[in-house]
Ligand binder design. Structure first.
Ligand code: IPD
Ligand code: CA
Ligand code: CA
Length: 266
């Protein structure tokens, strides 16, 4: 039997501790490395926070698996019944340049089902939390999405505009159309935060061509538990451990956005 209440309490506590570490480290110069190129950054803090989670999780739950962006834990997550999916810092470019608009993202998946999602924004002390069938919350206040929004009245978040893949995947025309069909476009450069903002109704939708599971795992449950919808850009269910495109929104604009995207390959 999985003790989700204990996991949930510890995960929230660790998210806040990790948040404090991230803020503390910005008081001194950060050590920054380029991964695949100048727009793909990692800092020693990303690695430190993932190690922090890995140590805490394995001490409390030695039988659990961990899938983290920085690969601190090397074991195959598919070999475990319960897996923690962790992005130690989502929005590393913001963390390096701005020290705001970055989050810590944690999800717990049990036998292929998402049970827990936490997105913690340490600089605003905002903790977005969702537990399967228990609802989604922001600092303890329940999040419930309205269903009546129209595309014309919507704020849409996306990273598609600066993605070099947008043209390659035939989405250039959609992107030209999108700002004309909605109230405004927003880009925060932090997928997990943007998904949490969809769950909180601060933006109406988030679209992305390719995200890793650690970018969307926590946000997925937040949106579902808040009463929204999250799928691929084709309208299919998201995978648990692999990369995917993402279309997340309140249920009002999801069909409009899907039809706008219709016919476009992923
Ligand atoms: C990135 C951010 C960004 C998204 C990228 C992600 P990272 O994560 O979430 O918003 O557009 O696809 O890789 O590298 O800052 O953890
Ligand atoms: Ca990320
Ligand atoms: Ca990251």
């Amino acid at each position: 039997m999985i003790d989700i209440e204990r996991i949930s309490e510890l995960a929230r506590q660790w998210a806040k501790e990790a948040g404090r570490i991230s803020v503390e480290r910005t008081k001194h110069p950060l050590t920054v490395f380029c991964k695949t190129g100048p727009s793909d950054l990692v800092t020693l803090v990303d690695e430190e926070i993932e190690k922090f989670f890995s140590d805490k999780i394995l001490a409390a739950f030695p039988q659990h698996g961990i899938l983290g962006e920085e690969g601190v834990n090397k074991l195959n997550p598919e070999d475990f019944k319960t897996v923690w999916i962790i992005d130690p810092i989502d929005g590393t470019t913001n963390y390096v340049h701005q020290q705001v608009n970055y989050v810590i993202s944690i999800a717990v998946v049990h036998q292929g089902e998402s049970l827990l999602g936490i997105v913690y924004d340490p600089t605003r002390n905002e903790l977005f939390f969702a537990q399967k069938d228990k609802g989604a919350f922001l600092n303890g206040k329940q999040l419930t999405l309205q269903t009546a929004a129209s595309l014309e009245e919507s704020l849409i978040c996306t990273n598609l505009i600066w993605s070099t893949r947008t043209e390659k995947f035939g989405l250039k025309d959609v992107l030209r159309e999108l700002p004309l069909r909605c109230r405004g476009i927003r880009m925060y450069g932090c997928a997990a935060l943007e998904l949490a903002y969809v769950a909180a109704g601060r933006v109406d939708a988030y679209l992305s061509l390719f995200l890793n599971s650690w970018d969307f795992a926590a946000g997925r449950l937040l949106i579902q538990e808040a009463g929204g919808k999250i799928t691929t850009l084709q309208g299919d269910d998201l995978p648990i451990f692999s990369k995917s495109s993402v279309l997340a929104s309140n249920v009002g604009v999801h069909p409009d956005l899907l039809s706008l995207l219709q016919g476009e390959p992923e």
